[in-house]
Write a protein that binds this ligand. Structure first.
Ligand SMILES: Cc1cc2nc3c(=O)[nH]c(=O)nc-3n(C[C@H](O)[C@H](O)[C@H](O)COP(=O)(O)OP(=O)(O)OC[C@H]3O[C@@H](n4cnc5c(N)ncnc54)[C@H](O)[C@@H]3O)c2cc1C
Length: 344
């Protein structure tokens, strides 16, 4: 009998979470030649870097803009800027207290074009992503990882695993014996209620974004003033973590009504009727603990990543994703043949 030698296939890595971190991890792994499968439970990729589309126009209701300090991230964003997917946001950003605005230190801010989720679309290009899959369990044995969806469906076997999720969502997926659980337990996320408002006429405010000192609000921005946002007068306001936590489980309509009052109080304008109003609950909005770096257990080729590893911003999520991808790639390259064999 003649033995048929199977063509060696690339080791497979699953990435759970298609936010900025998961997508940058997937890109790093793909660049190393691994077969990458991304799962995300949302309807579309992006996580907290997403855009709501309404009949009154678009709202960047999560991440507002990003900064680029690390040279690797800055280079990637310069590439996207050149290709027309990212633009500088030269808006006037102030500090706002009791209706009085004062200037803030200059800072280079960037946004996705024509909306923040353009960044996601670019990072997702060429990746194999399955949306609306809620990964409920991950099991490790000597042959690698197997994932199970909340529906009970087996999602297949993988040589490596990247959990690109907020820590509270990553923890249930990590098997009990892993040290990674201890790192995840040191982490926590704070919530944020977002208010979305559209008006028929421009508001008489001479700024585009404001860091707000107020009992309820922490930030507001004229979303329609960002580059390429089209016509209209659209604002997004973010409630402070403490205010949001105290109202986390209230109905969105109740919260919207309270936030609208806070919006007028903070701007000092007389209230006027919005033509669109909505509130969005971000239950795990921003990391609320010291960043631990990007943890990896090389023996099992598992890494966790996300903004919580690297400073709570888009840039940190991207960097953490790259680090997780690189760490799992290194782990699989050094692994015994039974587990994965050579990767790149
Ligand atoms: C209100 C708000 C304002 C912000 N403003 C800014 C800003 O101005 N500038 C800035 O730089 N950053 C800002 N941020 C932070 C920025 O949005 C995040 O740092 C970044 O988007 C986090 O990306 P991530 O990939 O780490 O996580 P996420 O974006 O949370 O991605 C996690 C993904 O995992 C998926 N998921 C979760 N559980 C499962 C599961 N069990 N199975 C499958 N999929 C799952 C989710 O659907 C999600 O897509 C803001 C965030 C919020 C909420």
């Amino acid at each position: 009998m003649r033995l048929v030698r199977r063509a060696p296939s690339a080791p497979a890595v699953a990435v759970v979470g298609a936010g900025i971190a998961g997508l940058s991890a997937a890109r790093a792994l793909t660049a190393h030649g691994f077969a990458v499968q991304v799962y995300d439970r949302g309807r579309r990729p992006g996580g907290r870097c997403s855009t709501r589309r309404t009949s009154h126009g678009t709202f960047d209701h999560g991440a507002q803009y990003f900064t680029a300090r690390d040279p690797r991230f800055a280079a990637e964003m310069a590439r996207l800027q050149q290709a027309g997917h990212v633009a500088a946001w030269p808006g006037r950003i102030v500090a706002l207290e009791g209706g009085a605005a004062t200037g803030t230190a200059p800072c280079a801010r960037y946004v996705g074009l024509p909306t923040m989720d353009a960044l996601v679309t670019q990072l997702a290009a060429g990746q194999t992503i399955r949306q609306q899959v809620n990964v409920a369990a991950a099991h490790a044995d000597e042959r690698g990882w197997s994932l199970v969806a909340a529906s009970g469906a087996a999602l297949g076997r993988f040589d490596g695993l990247v959990l690109a999720l907020p820590p509270e969502q990553a923890l249930p997926l990590v098997p009990r014996r892993l040290a990674l659980r201890a790192t995840l337990r040191t982490q926590a996320s704070a919530p944020c209620w977002a208010l979305l408002l559209a008006f028929d006429a421009p508001l008489p405010l001479d700024f585009d974004g404001a860091f707000v000192t107020d009992a309820a609000l922490g930030w507001m921005a004229r979303d329609s003033a960002k580059p390429a946002r089209g016509d209209g007068e659209r604002w997004v306001a973010h409630a402070s973590p403490a205010w949001s936590a105290a109202r986390l489980h209230l109905d969105a309509e109740v919260v919207a009504a309270e936030l609208v009052d806070a919006f007028w109080r903070a701007t000092g304008l007389a209230p006027r009727r919005p033509c669109y109003r909505a509130a969005h609950r971000w239950a795990l909005a921003r990391p609320d603990a010291e960043a631990p770096g990007t943890p990896c257990e090389a023996e099992l080729a598992i890494a966790a990543c996300g903004d919580w590893c690297h400073g709570g911003r888009i840039e940190g999520a991207w960097l953490s994703g790259i680090e997780a991808g690189e760490a799992v790639a290194r782990a699989l390259r050094g692994a015994a043949p039974g587990r994965a064999g050579a990767g790149a």
